[in-house]
Design a protein around this ligand. Structure first.
Ligand code: CA
Length: 717
């Protein structure tokens, strides 16, 4: 199998060398360099987009201004490319020296000539063949890194890999994560000083959070910083873990503890530090994880580490003893802001919990924290102690609650951008609530199960007085002033989860939307100036760069896929279908002349009508819970797919017991990304089949009548 992908990379490399006489081919276009440090550190030069947040400040801002408020009306498609990828396509590309690097699906890496859209090479690490149980979280890649002629990226199965940026040939590969657990690498690695750091996801899968550092030239392991303590009987890795363990009780290490670093990592070249954002507790239910209370360090925190050694410097915890799947893993942006009359080196973050944080990055001291949307769980923060002032019963001590924000957070991983020219942040904002209940959960005997999101929570009681107001869910794009701590403007957006944002020196903010539009707004006012319909949802964060003096903008588009955009009720209605709609790369420039290929219009999936299996109501009811915990992330809430995977209501496979068994138990469709569920038995399959067919028949027969809103419950991302 390794031979197979090598062969493919070689074929493309040969194709490329045949083109070497033309100036557009990657090998000639990429000069030898000793590293990208200067490029990533250069905030003023907008020619490249060499790192996830463009530069070390991670602000997703480019100073380029050829495309600006006056010229944006001339912005046209330069080229588009429909990828041969089945899964998510919402990662952010990178561009250096005229070559665009694109990651999609299960870490399939592509290099394009940025001007023409010509594919230079494609590398497929064949994740499905080796990922086994790590396939089940089904996230896929969200970003990549460039360093010294290497493209560096993580995989769902926990490899950290480097391929030659000129040829796509493998350079090194390190099994960074344990193969036996369910942790996965989804986020972009960050590179600095010849080192590469990664985090991983899996707080709901019994993970103990950590960030790992490797040599960027060789993939050799250098250091690891755990974010939560392990079993005290085994001793502590460092003083920070010893300190953290004093804030936990019970036997938390048996459940992993969580605190995974699945997204935000920001390198500070001024202070030679790495700031990491940590995730929620695993399980969410603190009564299981930390029964006597205590802060549970370092869950839901920003931690500053020495970038050379990974040693702890300071932390700020946003949610002591986190209990709601809130996490602090959203992008961490650096800036120098005038605060109370003097310039302060700050970090900024809009995490899930609904506040916008400004921290002094030298000391970790909280400067401000204000609500950017409806927040029920706290009144605010005490700036003297840096701690939140929680409202009563938000820890579901006295029974179930419904609370804003929910588990998707007010802001999720889709990057916000920050314009240092305007000192404004542009935040893709989510308005969503959740129910939280621990009724019927026995903390003393609860155990995490394999292959599912372990929250330690229960659904809201059916027919009880509490319900989640899904009809009030929504989204917006807002501009936030972190100095005055005020919203400057806000625009409603379609659906619930939309793309990340990019701000430019041309006074523009770009954002792709679930409805298939890429929009440009005047950054100062929020006035919409430009829009392009991409034929499919645009959920990647755009990038911009300059080649031969001309400014380009590139963005990834594709059917909604990979939570949190996936499983949320309300995302399906836009009609992006897994099988029909493309995973598309779009590049724009002033007066571009590209044409989109024909694309099917959006529209609902048609459930298959059949008498072959008459759903048994009892079995179907039994199948609802396993569907929600095993299938929903990909196949959609209430079995209404939203593009992340085939719509099972429209599939003939559930009609046939044997076909269904082969797919689930024997892994007949693993290569297409459908994991094998070999921990299920034949007896587990019938309820699932009946549930899926019941949903198909309901939606087929009531297609024109109004159905009541589907119930939402703690979904888990
Ligand atoms: Ca989570």
């Amino acid at each position: 199998m390794r031979q197979h992908y090598r062969a493919r990379a070689q074929l493309l490399a040969i194709a490329c060398s045949a083109l070497a006489a033309t100036a557009s081919c990657a090998p000639d276009a990429l000069p030898k360099r000793t590293g990208l440090t200067v490029l990533i550190a250069d905030e003023a030069n907008g020619d490249s987009w060499p790192s996830y947040g463009r530069t070390y400040s991670e602000n997703h801002y480019s100073p380029l201004d050829e495309i600006n408020t006056a010229t944006v009306s001339r912005l046209k498609l330069a080229w588009s490319y429909d990828l041969d990828v089945l899964q998510r396509n919402d990662a952010q590309p990178l561009m250096v020296d005229g070559v665009l690097y694109v990651a999609a699906g299960f870490s399939i890496i592509h290099a394009f000539d940025a001007r023409s859209g010509k594919l230079l090479w494609r590398f497929d690490p064949e994740v499905a063949a080796v990922a086994a149980q790590k396939m089940r979280p089904s996230w896929g890649i969200r970003g990549l890194a460039l360093w010294n002629n290497k493209v560096i990226f993580g995989t769902q199965d926990g490899r950290l890999m480097a391929v030659d940026a000129r040829t796509g040939r493998p350079v090194w590969s390190t099994q960074a994560l344990d193969t036996s657990d369910e942790t996965t690498i989804t986020g972009a690695p960050r590179v600095f000083n010849g080192k590469v750091v990664i985090g991983f996801a899996g707080a709901e899968r019994a993970a103990r959070g950590a960030v790992l550092c490797f040599d960027a030239e060789t993939g050799k392991f250098l250091w690891r910083f755990y974010t939560v303590p392990g079993d005290p009987a085994k001793g502590f890795e460092n003083k920070a873990m010893e300190m953290a363990a004093k804030t936990w009780s019970g036997q938390w290490w048996k459940y992993g503890g969580g605190g995974t670093v699945w997204n935000a990592m920001t390198y500070d070249p001024e202070l030679n530090r790495l700031y990491i954002g940590t995730g929620n507790g695993g399980p969410w239910n603190w009564k299981i994880r930390n029964p006597k209370g205590g802060d549970a360090l370092f869950l839901a925190s920003i931690i500053a580490l020495d970038a050379d050694t990974g040693e702890y410097i300071w932390h700020h915890q946003q949610n002591p003893n986190e209990a709601w799947d809130y996490n602090s893993t959203m992008d961490i942006v650096m800036a120098t802001l005038p605060i109370e009359g003097r310039p302060r080196k700050v970090l900024m973050q809009a995490p899930k919990n609904g506040f916008y944080f400004v921290l002094d990055r030298e000391t970790g001291k909280l400067i401000s924290a204000e609500k950017i949307a409806r927040v029920d769980w706290a009144k605010g923060y005490d700036l003297r102690t840096g701690r939140p002032i929680e409202n009563p019963n938000v820890r579901y001590e006295k029974g179930p609650i419904v609370m804003w924000p929910g588990t998707y957070g007010t802001h999720n991983w889709q990057p916000m951008s920050f314009s240092p020219k305007l000192n404004l942040a542009f935040i893709p904002t989510i308005h969503q609530a959740d129910g939280y209940s621990s009724e019927g959960i026995e903390p003393a005997t609860w155990q995490p199960a394999r292959n599912r999101g372990n929250t330690g929570m229960s659904p809201l009681p059916k027919d009880g007085p509490l319900r989640v107001p899904t009809e009030d869910f929504g989204s917006s794009l807002q501009a936030w002033d972190p100095i005055r701590q005020k919203q400057v403007w806000s625009r409603p957006n379609p659906g619930i989860v939309n793309g990340g944002t990019m701000a430019t020196g041309g006074g523009l903010v770009f954002q792709g939307l679930i409805d298939g539009n890429l929009n440009a707004y005047e950054a100062a006012t929020g006035r919409k100036l430009w829009s392009f319909f991409a034929g499919v949802a645009v959920l990647g964060a755009p990038i911009t760069y300059r080649v031969n003096g001309k400014q380009y903008i590139t963005v990834a588009a594709g059917p909604t896929s990979g939570a949190p955009a996936a499983a949320l009720t309300g995302q399906a209605k836009f009609g992006w279908r897994y099988t029909d709609h493309p995973r598309r790369i779009l590049t724009f420039t002033l007066d571009g002349t590209g044409k989109l290929p024909p694309t099917p219009p959006p529209g609902r999936e048609e459930p298959l009508v059949s008498d072959e299996l008459v759903p048994d109501p009892r079995l179907a009811e039994e199948g609802e819970f396993p569907f929600r915990t095993r299938c929903r992330t990909c196949h959609g809430a209430d079995a209404r797919a939203m593009g992340g995977a085939p719509d099972l209501r429209a599939s003939a496979i559930p009609l046939n017991r044997e076909a269904f068994r082969q797919v689930l138990l024997e892994g007949a469709m693993v290569e297409r990304g459908m994991p094998k569920f070999d921990d299920l038995t034949d007896a587990d399959l019938e309820p699932l089949r009946h549930y899926i067919r019941k949903r198909a028949m309901e939606d087929a027969t009531t297609a024109t009548s109004k159905r009541p809103p589907a119930s939402a419950d703690a979904g888990g991302v």
